[in-house]
Design a protein around this ligand. Sequence first.
Ligand code: COA
Length: 723
Amino acid sequence: MARGARRRAERLELRPGARYHRPIHALGIAVPTHYRRDGDVALLQIDNPPVNALDLSVRTGLEALLRRAADEPQVKAVVLCGARACFSAGADISEIASGAAFHSPMLLELHARMEALGKPIVAAIEGAALGGGLELALTCHARIAAPEARFALPEVKLGLIPGSGGTQRFTRLAGPAAALEAITSGAQLPAARALAIGLIDAIGADPLQVAVAWARRLADGASVPVLARAREDKIAAVEPDLFTAFRAARARAFRGQLAPWRIVDAIEAACTRPALEAFQLERQWYLECRASPQRKALMHVFHAERAARRVAVAAPQVEALPIARVGVVGAGTMGAGIAMCFANAGIDVTLLDVSREAVARGLERVGELYGESVARGKLTDEVASAARARIRGAVDYAALADVDMAVEAVFEDLALKCQVFERLDRSTPPRAILASNTSTLDIDRLAACTARPQQVVGTHFFSPAHVMKLMENVRGRASSPQTLATVMALGRRLGKIAVLAGNCDGFIGNRMLQYYGAEAERLLEEGATPEQIDAVIEAFGFAMGPLAMRDLAGNDVGWAIRRHRTLPADERWSPILERMAAQGRLGRKSGRGFYLYEGRERRSDPQVLALISAVSRELGIERREIGAGEILARLLHPLVNEGAKLLAEGIAARAGDIDVVYIHGYGFPAYKGGPMYWAEQEGLAKVIATLERLAPSHGARWRPCAYLRAAAARGGWEHLTQC
Ligand code: COA
């Protein structure tokens, strides 16, 4: 460090290499912004726990501090930073919903003040610079980041577009191609990538120190401060078909949604319209998105995901057990994927199966999946190799003698799983948690096979386990608070969204799915085609229709699970699935199911319609035209009624938990908020009326349950469920 810089740093009480996480202005009062001066540089710090959200108090504070920095003649430059190693997670989400985000000073007004300050401003970024936080940084003359800092405009995940110039400044700094990728996905960019695309100016181990020096250089005229707003170089020569090609490539991914399309429009405007007009258009589209039901639904999901973590496990002080080593029993596709989840989180894994061949196949599968992750750019070669090295194979349960937890992922058969649990109980240390990846079976029966039922729990991963976000943890009758706290914390560590479910046939997800799937087959019997049903559900926004989903999971598997399940007296299973399985129409894996498959492409198969029509004839059902509205209603209502029963039985703690399960495990469109939220938007009274209309002809599951009626009477789920 140069002598001058060291002197200045000392005056600021900045020590080389030290980190500055404490409020700069320690008055002992909880004010959300702090001001400190080092001679000619003013430091403005945002300090609004937990994530430095830019609520009204912060904006008011920053406005006053900017004015002060402008007024003080000694101040030649300004550095903006955040407390607690976090720059800012952006606008306060609850203020966007309430409208307080529009109270003056708005972010837009702060930006105008920053750009008109007449003194250079540099952002010193540690941790997250997200949404409005990044917009604030982009309005500075330069951005200096810590190596582990991360950047995103994640508004799209909330159904919004950045509304304070984010799309415009990002595009001007990093170019439209990078902006399209980053802003339509909302994905976080690491500092190295942000530097590579030109979003930031430098990376430094101590960004505050570097930023102070940078600000001085700008003030001294050693380099010229340029605002993003004034940059034209990256938007000058845009490839002519960039936007057309991007829109075409993302048409399927963005279907039904508003915000991603508006983001593309805003980035295009940045490249094609005068700056002032483009900034105004962005604001107009932000307001349009903010008013949309999609924004409301996605904010519901944001809060529901966080509420799902808050689990009432009786004793409040319970701490999660440390998990450093796990065993995974069953080296099939699920086992391999689960092993990867742990290894990716830095946990050592022993993948165990009955034979050397099975273990070798499992490890080979793991290698292939890591290869795919690298090929898709999800992991670097280095990270994938390190994770892969954490997984070793074994055929002897003695290899599990030092694990903290074991997850059973063998075939869905109770007797087999019981045997595995007996072996695990004998082979693992007494402290170890024993978890089952079952998707339907009774956790208490498995717990009874061990001498440690309090440490037995369900951890239901979704396929492919290393990709799917959901982890449905299942509480057995004897599961201890510590066991539950451990698996919920584990979910977070694995990067999953964990939801706690009670123990029943199918837990939350598959119990609801049972009637959704059954209803799809009833619709087939009555006259609908697989294509029609799937098209309606996919147009609603699901990733996949129910019959395409059956083909993916395997019709033999669906039928085998069904054989073990009991139905209420006035219900029946359609014979369609059994016939499909008997004819070798197993789904994608056999190249034919409800559709014919060539690779990932699906085609209609007239023989399927013949099979379905034969079933209708045998059952004496006269096939008829069924409209899209009826198909949608018939598929969504049983989900809601069954969801209400799960709430009544305490299997799900909150309606929001059910929404989170359906969005992250079953492809329900997040921008419609999940099935329970959807029902509230429809109106619970209307949902009840539809159920009542169909109950006489369609069976017991159509009778609205008492809980649903009570929720309707009280005006929503929230008034009945507790956290
Ligand atoms: N406004 C208001 N509150 C916010 C917030 C925001 N922008 N971002 C996070 N929070 C709150 C969360 O609701 C949570 O509150 P809770 O503890 O009462 O549930 C708390 O801050 C911690 O957030 P959490 O998500 O649990 O922590 P994390 O460490 O897993 O993730 C972030 C931190 C910042 C990465 C993550 O919260 C996030 O992505 N936030 C949203 C950022 C965003 O979309 N900004 C643009 C807004 S338009």
